[in-house]
Design a protein around this ligand. Structure first.
Ligand code: TYM
Length: 323
């Protein structure tokens, strides 16, 4: 039997370069491997774990599917669906919550960051985020999860839940591993931290025009002068450039000998980013014209996902004494 792959992206907005390089590139690579059956969802239920706008969620859950298709995810090869349409994820998450302790969940860096960001919205849903993510993955008994490095703590929780369930209830969940891409950590455009949808000015959207990309890259801070020590913001620029420019070592040499012109490097980087985004943007325009096709992809994907998910939930309920 083929091994399974599961991944997802929250419906918090249009996809950005971090999502693309850290997750979607890995999703594409595995979709083309004959060894794997690939399932890719929109994590719309995870979107409600932090404050959100109802109309935007309604819009973006479909927009992310359109982004997936524009990037080359192919419904002939991958099962594409919306998490909320497969109720079984929520059911399994509740069953899993019986082996997940509050202390362990409170300890996670991702949880602490969100509580800091939204101190008034420290909800049960937020605390349960990793448990639901474990259910997303383990409901398909997936071995491999293409996600960025920031998701590693969540994968550790999924492995712990798999182990506990297997020990206690004799289930056969695999311990899922992260599938790494070259862009597993895409830096922010603001000079520190990672590119993130929740930090305004930190990201390039996949739909940004050539002018928008150029403007954003030109505005990246570069506080150290060429020739000296590399400041963190200059390091961020180089880390981003490494993902796009094949002649990066020339720029590094120039930085060291003091002859680097940041403006030239930024313009080359922006041009390369736009070159990579152009085919996706053209494909997006075509897909947007055929909304009925997108709806059909989602409907068919949901049916396939549910067929697998319902079997797992039935098995777990039986083993837990609930059926
Ligand atoms: P989300 O929407 O926060 O992120 C989606 C994916 O994009 C990756 N990513 C990045 N990768 C590299 N550099 C960056 N700057 C960057 N920013 C974001 C994230 O690592 C992620 O792969 N919890 C998931 C959603 C989810 C999920 C799942 C994923 C829910 N259930 C089951 C896999 C399996 C998340 O972080 O979404």
């Amino acid at each position: 039997m083929k091994k399974r792959v599961l991944s997802g992206i929250r419906a918090t907005g249009k996809l950005h370069l971090g999502n693309y390089l850290g997750a979607v590139k890995g999703m594409l690579e595995l979709q083309d491997s004959p060894e794997y059956e690939t399932l890719y969802m929109v994590a719309d239920v995870h979107t409600i774990t932090t404050p959100y706008n109802v109309d935007e969620l309604r819009k973006y859950r479909k927009e992310v599917v359109i982004d997936y298709l524009s990037c080359g995810l192919d419904p002939e090869k991958s099962i594409l669906f919306l998490q909320a349409d497969v109720n079984e994820h929520l059911e399994l998450a509740f069953l899993f919550s019986s082996v997940a302790t509050i202390a362990r969940m409170q300890h996670l860096p991702t949880y602490k960051d969100k509580v800091k960001q939204y101190p008034k919205d420290n909800t049960m849903a937020l605390l349960n985020y990793p448990v639901l993510m474990a259910a997303d993955i383990l409901i398909y008994k997936a071995d491999l999860v293409p996600v960025g490095i920031d998701q590693e703590p969540h994968l550790e929780v999924a492995r712990e839940i798999a182990r506990k369930m297997n020990e206690k209830y004799k289930t056969d969940f695999p311990e899922p591993k992260r599938f790494e891409t070259k862009g597993q950590y895409v830096p922010s455009l603001k000079g520190e931290g990672k590119m993130s949808k929740s930090v305004e000015g930190s990201y390039v959207n996949l739909t940004d025009s050539q002018d928008e990309v150029l403007k954003k890259i030109r505005s990246m801070p570069t506080s150290s002068k060429a020739g000296g020590e590399m400041s963190p913001d200059v390091k961020s620029l180089f880390d981003l450039a490494k993902l796009f420019l094949s002649n990066i070592s020339d720029f590094e040499k120039k930085f060291k000998d003091g002859s680097l012109q940041f403006s030239q490097m930024k313009d080359e980087l922006a041009a390369k980013i736009s070159e990579e985004l152009k085919p996706l943007q053209e494909k997006r325009k075509e897909i947007e014209k055929d909304q009925a096709h997108v709806d059909k992809v989602i409907k068919e994907g949901t049916e396939k996902a549910r067929a697998i998910a319902s079997e797992t939930v039935l098995e777990v309920k039986q083993k837990m004494g609930l059926g």
